[in-house]
Write a protein that binds this ligand. Structure first.
Ligand code: TXA
Ligand code: MG
Length: 310
């Protein structure tokens, strides 16, 4: 499989022809399509088995392109200082953008970001159009942080531009800007505290009810095949242990997210660790406690969804 790796030019040609193609970002791999071509965008939903009411993030090569897609208030412009980077802004959609309605699932807002990955930026620029891209996994499953995980997830049916393992490892932080309020809709690879400090104002978290009402925040998500037990001080018989920091005395971690207790390293390793533990066929995974600060907020969010009843 994959004797000839795709080049950026190959991937751009597929996307310009209205096909889907997976590509690397600094967070996770995205399943891309031309955001201005409804048939191409539909193919994303079909490939993923994604519910149609769940809108897609639009990826841009630069601020000029982002400004064709969304309307930026001065506050939104300030937040754009984190681009390229793992931040998605939910802003009023620019009606002249020519975006497919399917991208926004009929909402008046659009999620937009400029990813911090050289291949992603080159690809978007080569296509010359914004790319709609959800994470490149079948709906409800673990997000991929390597090209191989994308290929396996879709049984080799999706072309992948391989950019190596993703640096951040969890999805972008999603912030909605509404007047002078900034609300976090999804914790992600950019810590809420860092943004709050930079713009000098507090950032609230969407109430969980609102978050569930917001499309895509389904409680069971990012699910491995194994069941998960969170906040486990030590594994019980029959469980494999996903550690963080020093393992409890007398127990080995099957995988350790970060032996030194570094949250960036843990975020980078999270989905790969769950993919790897799943591949062992272990039915139950016990997960060490993770502090709820910085990137811990995103890690705990993904773990809670992975552990949710389905
Ligand atoms: O890091 C990421 O964000 C990755 C990479 C590929 O960029 N993408 C990603 O996309 O995680 P996806 O589709 O798996 O998650 C996008 C989330 C969904 O929960 C969706 O509901 C939300 O963004 N979203 C998109 N547009 C929105 C909007 N207009 N209002 C509220 N939520 C929105
Ligand atoms: Mg996803």
């Amino acid at each position: 499989m994959n004797a000839d790796p795709l080049t950026v030019a190959d991937a751009a040609a597929l996307l310009r022809a209205g096909r889907v193609c997976a590509f690397p970002t600094e967070t996770v791999y995205g399943l891309g399509a031309n955001a201005t071509n409804s048939d191409a965008v539909l193919a994303i939903y079909e490939t993923k088995g994604r519910p149609r009411f769940n809108p897609l993030i639009v990826h841009c090569a630069d601020l000029a392109m982002a400004e064709t897609v969304a309307v930026f208030s001065p506050l939104a412009g300030e937040l754009a200082r984190f681009w390229p980077g793992p931040l998605t802004l939910v802003l009023p959609v620019n009606a002249d953008a020519g975006l497919s309605d399917i991208v926004t699932a009929g909402l008046q807002t659009v999620g937009v970001r400029i990813p911090d990955h050289p291949l992603a930026l080159e690809l978007i620029a080569a296509v010359g159009r914004p790319l709609a891209a959800p994470s490149a996994n079948p709906s409800g499953r673990l997000s991929p942080t390597t090209a191989e995980q994308v290929r396996r997830g879709f049984a080799g049916r999706v072309p992948v531009l391989d950019g190596g393992p993703c640096r951040a490892g969890v999805e972008s932080t999603i912030l909605a800007v509404d007047g002078d309020e900034v609300v976090q809709l999804r914790a992600g690879a950019l810590a809420r505290e860092a943004v709050s400090e930079a713009i000098g104002r507090p950032i609230g978290v969407a109430a969980s009810e609102a978050a569930i009402a917001a499309p895509g925040m389904l409680s069971s998500h990012y699910a491995p095949a194994a069941s998960l037990r969170l906040d486990a001080a030590a594994p019980e018989p029959g469980e494999v242990y996903l550690g963080f920091g020093s393992p409890p005395a007398g127990h080995d971690s099957a995988v350790n997210l970060s032996p030194s207790g570094d949250l960036h390293e843990a975020a980078r390793n999270l989905f790969s660790a769950l993919h790897a533990l799943d591949a062992t066929g272990a039915p139950r995974i016990a997960v060490a406690p993770i502090p709820e600060t910085g990137l811990g907020e995103a890690i705990n969010d993904r773990l809670k969804r992975a552990a949710a009843p389905r």
